[in-house]
Design a binder for this molecule. Structure first.
Ligand code: UT7
Length: 324
């Protein structure tokens, strides 16, 4: 039996930290009213990291990947496949994954981008697991990297206060012992309009709206519902009791979603890894960023059982249950 084991993790955050008060003051110049109180009460977000103009998605991806490779002890030349989950690629093509492959000198790696909005990282993890378990790849680098600040409408207070920039990476390898015990990914395109960036290029022009548009309440309701269903599904598949999971790392979009999910699953608050207060919603980067925080501060240890869950535009969602 081949398992996919997480043998390295890394993360990158831009230098610029913007508190809610800083953001509220900046928005006031545009005539947009918001407050630290509103943002904290409705989302749990206290600050976000925003990438400077010279920092793009591939730069953040490469920095997080370098850290994950060092952590794993695996050389870039031994990576067979690189998957970058992003909705904010440097350009339409080449893929951000190919830019990363070149910058890391990962000369034996195939590379492609994967777009599943905020579920991108769990989709990448599940895809990498299939490559490894089928014997098609031995070492896979997966990265979630986002410069979401590029696609925020700073005149729309209902979305622009919610997101931040950053990147996180895992190095995965084939193992005979343990690793990913079960995974599932799902979608429902009939809900595509509740969270979208509908703009696209046509004949040199942008057609449609090139910023995030969200029906926050629909996203909230559906996120809680599908995350609960998906958590139960991966646990059933692996014959694992939810009570035996050590750490829950759901997509970091809103502390109220995370806590409501925890309550529905009967999970104590201290098993929920929460970084949305510091990072805000970094889309496909949010899970590896949160994982790395909990690993570096000593919470996640070898042998722990971790549930990783994503949800986002598409509508898409998914979960992986992993023995570390
Ligand atoms: O990664 C993708 C996944 N995304 C998510 O998971 C997001 C899910 N949704 C949410 O997190 C929440 O729905 C939001 C945080 C986006 C909004 O919270 P809410 O409790 O659903 O608020 P609301 O949209 O019902 O708005 C309540 C009020 C409105 O004013 P009125 O109509 O009651 O007078 C809004 O205009 O809050 C107002 N409002 C704001 N006020 C101050 C909206 N944004 C802001 C703001 N500052 N930034």
């Amino acid at each position: 039996m081949i398992y996919t084991r997480i043998v390295g993790s890394g993360s990158f955050l831009p230098r610029t930290v913007v508190s809610n008060n800083d953001l509220a003051n900046d928005l006031l110049y545009r005539g947009i009213h918001t407050s630290d109180d509103w943002i904290v009460q409705r989302t749990g977000i206290k600050q976000r990291y925003l990438a400077e103009s010279d920092i793009d998605t591939s730069y953040m991806a490469v920095e997080s990947a370098k850290m994950a490779l060092i952590d794993s002890g695996i050389d870039a030349s031994d990576i067979d496949l690189i998957i970058v989950a992003t909705s904010t690629p440097d350009c339409i093509f080449p893929s951000t994954a190919c830019i990363v492959q070149s910058k890391l000198n990962a000369k034996h790696a195939a590379a492609f981008d994967l777009q599943a909005a905020c579920s991108g990282f769990v989709y990448a993890l599940s895809t990498a697991d299939s490559f490894i378990c089928s014997g098609k790849a031995k070492n896979v680098l997966i990265i979630g990297s986002e410069k979401f600040s590029r696609i925020l409408d700073w005149n729309d207070r209902s979305t622009c206060v919610l997101f931040g920039d950053g990147a996180g990476a895992f190095v995965l390898t084939a193992s005979s012992d343990y690793g990913i015990l079960s995974s599932c990914i799902s979608s429902d395109g009939s809900m595509s309009d509740i969270l979208s960036v509908s703009g696209h290029f046509e004949n040199g022009n942008i057609n449609g709206y090139p910023f995030i548009k969200m029906d926050g309440q629909s996203v909230f309701k559906n996120a809680v519902r599908v995350l609960e269903e998906s958590a139960r599904e991966v646990c059933d598949k692996a014959c694992v009791d939810i009570k035996d999971i050590n750490w829950f790392i759901p997509h970091q979009a809103n502390i109220r979603i995370i806590k409501m999910l925890g309550r529905r699953l009967g999970v104590e608050d201290d098993k929920l890894v929460i970084t949305v207060d510091k990072h805000a919603n970094t889309s496909s980067a949010s899970i590896p960023l949160a994982f790395n925080v909990a690993k570096l501060d000593g919470r996640i240890k070898n042998g722990d059982l971790v549930l990783i869950q994503g949800v986002g535009g598409g509508f898409t969602w998914g979960s992986s249950l992993v023995r570390i």
